[in-house]
Design a protein around this ligand. Structure first.
Ligand SMILES: NC(=O)C1=CN([C@@H]2O[C@H](COP(=O)(O)OP(=O)(O)OC[C@H]3O[C@@H](n4cnc5c(N)ncnc54)[C@H](O)[C@@H]3O)[C@@H](O)[C@H]2O)C=CC1
Ligand SMILES: O=C(CO)COP(=O)(O)O
Length: 346
């Protein structure tokens, strides 16, 4: 049994804490909201984020970060990517011994273009870190918390750290693979949210499955192009953290990004959509980051650019679809064939 602190009691933090508690670990679920911690401990439920689920009895919520991390050997960060830096700064003040850090967030920081593990690496004091691992893949909290079969991937620059995380999380409902490609795993998880917003918009406009299949497939092409340029292994994008997560996020009723896109496609304004969601919609911030990064890296990302126009330039989604459909004629595997040839050449 390992003592583990899970930081962030939203839907994903709670679901991951349940997996760890099911595996017999002593799990402390930290939230910055005092009333929420008290409510979780009183009711054995996280009523705001996972209302239909009864939490394991030995899963205890804390609102005091220092107490939550006392004597733990692993810390799992599951706050929106925007909050990573702030939480790491707080951790520097309360963690005294080295621990392994695992994060479950999916985002890229605009302007710096840091992945979540990079923010962690740059912010956490070196003497408290026993490794940084990203956990990603097609995994909606609502289904994980019902113990429905789910597969994810854990990745780290040091494969032993990923294997350590695999050991902590794996069970008969939650199958965990490892990958050495931290860049690819994190970029796939973050960038698919952009495409999921697009899939939601497409559905909100009343378009059908053909349009959605096109978005998923061409979305994968532009994710692979940017990922390869950033140093990822392009094959990672046909795995769980690439195409797997694209499928689930673009097609699931649970997806916050899809839901937000759906409302936008039906004519709602972005601010109203975000306010009504009450949960993080990572794709909005990541669209800004990826749009900037694609320009900087000279990578063509037409869907991301279209999404940027809808979200930040107030452009009519229908007009953006028309523009995407009337782009200059191309060979389907242009760019991608050379990326794949490079892999096989070694
Ligand atoms: N919900 C899901 O099914 C999945 C979510 N993720 C990722 O996990 C991350 C968290 O997502 P969710 O749990 O869905 O979000 P959520 O919106 O359900 O919950 C976020 C939690 O973080 C807390 N929080 C926000 N800012 C904070 C701060 N500055 N300090 C402390 N706590 C703060 C909120 O109070 C809330 O408890 C995101 O990056 C998301 O993309 C990844 C896989 C699945
Ligand atoms: O990453 C997720 C599922 O794998 C969650 O996606 P949403 O944030 O769109 O709900």
């Amino acid at each position: 049994m390992t003592k583990i602190a899970v930081l962030g009691a939203g839907s994903w933090g709670t679901a991951l804490a349940m997996v760890l508690a099911d595996n017999g670990h002593e799990v402390r679920l930290w939230t910055h909201n005092k009333e929420q911690a008290a409510d979780i401990n009183a009711t054995n439920q996280n009523r705001r984020y996972l209302p239909e689920v009864t939490l394991p009895k030995d899963l205890i919520a804390y609102d005091d970060m220092k107490k939550a991390v006392e004597d733990v050997t692993a810390i799992v960060l599951v706050v929106p990517s925007k909050a990573t830096r702030e939480i790491c700064e707080k951790l520097n003040k309360v963690v005294s011994k080295p621990v392994i850090f695992i994060h479950g967030a999916k985002g890229i920081e605009p302007d710096t273009f840091y992945r979540v593990s990079v923010i962690m690496e740059k912010t956490l004091d070196k003497h408290i870190s026993n490794g940084i691992v990203a956990l990603s893949g097609p995994s909606h909290a609502e289904e994980v918390s019902k113990r429905h079969p789910t597969t994810v991937t854990v990745s780290s620059n040091v494969i032993e750290h990923a294997e350590h995380a695999q050991d902590l999380f794996i069970n008969k409902n939650f199958r965990v693979y490892t990958s050495p490609d931290l860049i690819g795993v994190e970029l796939g998880g973050a960038l698919k949210n952009i495409i999921a917003l697009g899939a939601g918009i497409s559905d909100g406009l009343g378009y059908g499955d053909n349009a959605k299949a096109a978005l998923i497939t061409r979305g994968l092409a532009e994710i692979t192009r940017l990922g390869a340029r950033m140093g990822a292994n392009p094959l990672t994008f046909i795995g769980l953290t690439g195409v797997g997560d694209l499928i689930v996020t673009c097609t699931s009723v649970h997806s916050r990004n899809w839901k937000a896109g759906h409302m936008l496609g039906q004519g709602a304004k972005l601010d109203d959509v975000l306010e009504s969601m009450g949960m993080v919609v990572e794709g909005v911030r990541t669209t800004k980051a990826a749009f900037q990064l694609a320009i900087l890296q000279k990578v063509e990302m037409p869907i991301t650019a279209g999404l940027y126009d809808v979200l930040f330039e107030n452009k009519d989604p229908k007009e953006v679809v028309d523009q995407l459909m009337s782009r200059v004629r191309r060979h389907e595997m242009e760019d991608l064939s050379s990326i794949m040839e490079d892999i096989y050449k070694g």
